[in-house]
Design a protein around this ligand. Structure first.
Ligand SMILES: Nc1nc2c(ncn2[C@@H]2O[C@H](COP(=O)(O)OP(=O)(O)O)[C@@H](O)[C@H]2O)c(=O)[nH]1
Ligand SMILES: [Mg+2]
Length: 381
């Protein structure tokens, strides 16, 4: 190769090289144009993009009242039923020995929070009725009848206040669902009986009074309130006085439930009852203990504490929808001998159902989903 050839080769190579570099640059450039640019790295201090401002209402607007049918007891009892029936089924199919069957039944009842005493009583009553008959259907039917008998034995006619306003006071420990129940009752009794006044007699927290105001607004009930920290008995007194003057049909008294200050609380409740009776003899016509269905057997000691202060005429079992231990209804009826008036089956204003022993037992024993249908069918909403 002559020096000229070498020089020529070098020039060609350099030219090709730079040509290649040029082509590479071109390719890179066009590729970058085609690729979407990578998303900007999120900045830690800036929260994720918010909804457009116009999508948010300027003010929270409560959904309209009664947008749907009241919940059915079968639906509310789903958790209790599933748990209870599975155990009953296991007891009835697991063993041919009669002792084992009844032991299994007792366990199923206790697990549903019927209480040891009532569970043993029910199981032995069924056994006394059936003897050695171990047909599952017969046992199931007898069990159902026995539970219904206990529930019905506690039933009582509701109080009648004549032409005067019917005064109902709700008591119970904090958080069981008193205020929610007052609101649900206000909406319901407004439709059934006419005008309602609610007394905001839980004056401990300002938020409690505000909560009740919102509910009353939605329920279409009047509210009598005073400022935070005022005397609850004075609020109740004002409410009854206003109800008499306005010829209001029903007064609902919401009360505080701080059990930490047990002595004070009980004195406060007694005073409310006393003061109300002074204004309207016979009032409060009903005093209902609100129980959280999740509480289980502790419900009975709550009943004892409140029952010592004010004579209880009924129970409202709230939050039955959120427990598998709805059998506490049976324990309450058996031990306290006071009727369950209503059950709470959810957080919405319509989620309150008048308690009906037969409907309850039917729903409890309804197999897989049938409870919802039979309950809705047998009970006008
Ligand atoms: N799931 C369910 N929650 C309920 C029911 N009743 C009340 N609650 C809830 O229980 C909580 C306490 O209720 P509240 O009425 O303020 O209790 P209070 O302290 O006794 O007045 C609230 O979050 C309610 O929404 C019910 O029947 N079912
Ligand atoms: Mg409350």
């Amino acid at each position: 190769m002559t020096p000229f050839d070498i020089a020529l080769t070098l020039i060609i190579a350099a030219g090709a090289g730079s040509g290649l570099v040029f082509i590479e640059v071109l390719i890179q450039w066009s590729l970058r144009k085609a690729r979407p640019s990578p998303p900007p790295r999120p900045q830690a201090a800036i929260p994720p993009a918010a909804e457009p401002a116009e999508a948010l209402p300027a003010q929270y607007v409560a959904p309209p009242l009664a947008v749907r049918e009241p919940v059915r007891i079968g639906l509310g009892l789903r958790k209790t039923r599933e748990n209870f029936l599975a155990r009953i089924r296991a007891a009835l199919t697991g063993s041919a020995k009669i002792d084992d069957i009844y032991e299994g039944l007792e366990e199923a009842l206790i697990a549903a929070d019927v209480g040891v005493e009532a569970s043993m009583k029910i199981a032995s009553a069924v056994r006394a009725k059936l003897g050695n008959d171990n047909r599952p259907d017969a046992i199931r039917d007898a069990l159902k009848a026995e539970i219904a008998t206990i529930l019905m034995s506690a039933e009582r006619r509701p109080a009648d206040s004549g032409d005067a306003p019917l005064v109902i006071m709700l008591v119970g420990v904090n958080g069981v669902g008193k205020t929610t129940t007052v609101a649900k009752l206000a909406a319901r009794l407004k439709t059934e009986r006419g005008s309602v006044i609610v007394a905001a007699a839980d004056t401990f927290r300002a938020a409690a009074i505000e909560q009740l105001e919102v509910w009353c607004d939605r329920a279409g009930a009047d509210i009598i309130k005073q400022s935070q920290g005022s005397d609850p008995a004075a609020v109740a007194f004002d409410a009854v006085k206003a109800a008499i003057a306005r010829k209001t049909r029903t007064v609902l008294i919401d009360t505080a439930g701080r059990l930490q200050t047990k002595v004070n609380l009980m004195e406060e409740l007694k005073k409310i009852a006393r003061v109300v009776a002074r204004e309207l003899p016979g009032a409060p016509h009903e005093t209902w203990l609100v129980l959280d269905a999740n509480t289980g057997q502790n419900a009975l000691s709550q009943a004892a504490i409140f029952g010592d202060a004010v004579p209880l005429t009924g129970v409202v079992l709230a939050k039955l929808d959120s427990t598998a231990k709805g059998g506490v209804v049976v324990a309450v009826a058996d031990r306290l001998k006071i009727p369950v008036r209503f059950v709470g089956l959810g957080e919405a204003i319509e989620d309150l159902r008048e308690f009906d022993a037969r409907e309850f037992v039917d729903a409890l024993f309804a197999s897989d989903g049938a409870g919802e249908q039979s309950a809705s069918g047998s009970y006008a909403a």
